[in-house]
Design a protein around this ligand. Structure first.
Ligand SMILES: Nc1ncnc2c1ncn2[C@@H]1O[C@H](COP(=O)(O)OP(=O)(O)OP(=O)(O)O)[C@@H](O)[C@H]1O
Ligand SMILES: [Mg+2]
Length: 249
């Protein structure tokens, strides 16, 4: 069995399917029909300008905004209406826009909390923590440091490492490279590519379209709460006119 098959939905369903999702903040109709898919082994980029609806899309998957139409399925299960903590238990790891380190907790404690939250048996929790260090070996030497005092790039490693702990099949990553130096941002992109190659699905929300296009398999562009374009990243990389039109490069 390939790594991708190991983490695919039980019936081979995509890890994530959004179909015509409509979401609101109060009376404001923000998402007006988002349709997208992420399969095991795929890194899919969600791009779009400020205020386009990227974070709202990710929050709607996590049950953090009110979805009032359409369908969201994770590994074939409907998630709309479930509480956020239950949705996380469906194998979704979420790295929110503002990487929040619990102040005063070491890197090790951050990972331990994530493992505890996953409700896995103890032996598996330790394996899960080792897994985070396999993905980010640089954190090994910082395990006993206060995570909130690490560099921005290291904090993002902790945030992504934490999200990978606990049976995560699908990783939702919101603006993980914001504020990072270009080489650190590209390193993070390549690491997420490896995570996808090992069989996870990754939905990468990015302002850094160039980095996202380099590592993504497929790309969706959202504008005013609607997917206005989708395509194969390799084809789009070779199309400067498209990039200029859609990504302001
Ligand atoms: N809590 C909120 N209450 C009301 N409106 C909101 C709220 N959060 C976001 N919005 C509005 O929803 C729209 C989409 O916002 P969203 O945060 O999804 O954009 P984004 O694509 O993630 O942008 P950015 O690149 O700036 O992170 C914007 O018009 C924004 O002003
Ligand atoms: Mg956002």
């Amino acid at each position: 069995m390939s790594a991708a098959e190991r983490v695919a939905g039980a019936d081979g369903a995509p890890l994530l399917e959004l179909d015509d999702v409509q979401a609101y903040y109060g009376l404001a109709h923000i998402l007006q029909g988002i349709t997208l898919t992420v399969r095991a082994g795929e890194l899919v980029a969600l791009l779009g300008r400020n205020g386009a609806g990227k974070t709202t899309t990710v929050k709607s998957i996590m049950g953090l905004v009110a979805v009032r139409g359409g369908r969201i399925r994770c590994a074939g299960r409907d998630v709309v209406g479930h509480a956020t903590e239950n949705i996380a238990q469906f194998g979704i790891g979420y790295v929110p826009e503002d990487r929040r380190m619990f102040p005063g907790l070491t890197v090790r404690e951050n990972f331990r909390l994530a493992a505890l939250g996953s409700r896995a048996p103890k032996g598996e929790q330790q394996a899960a923590q080792r897994r985070a260090l396999e993905v980010f070996p640089l954190l090994e030497k910082h395990l006993d440091r206060d995570a909130s005092r690490l560099s921005g790039g290291q904090q993002q490693m902790v945030a992504v490492g934490r999200a990978l702990i606990g049976g995560t099949k699908l990783l939702l990553v919101d603006e993980v490279t914001q504020g990072l130096a270009p080489n650190i941002a590209h390193d993070m992109g390549r690491t997420l590519r490896r995570v996808a190659d090992e069989g996870h699905g990754v939905l990468l929300v990015e302002q850094n379209a160039q980095m996202a296009l380099e590592v993504a398999d497929r790309v969706y562009v959202v504008d005013q709460g609607v997917i206005v374009h989708s395509g194969d990243a390799e084809q789009l990389r070779a199309d400067p006119a498209w990039m200029a039109e859609h990504l302001q490069l």
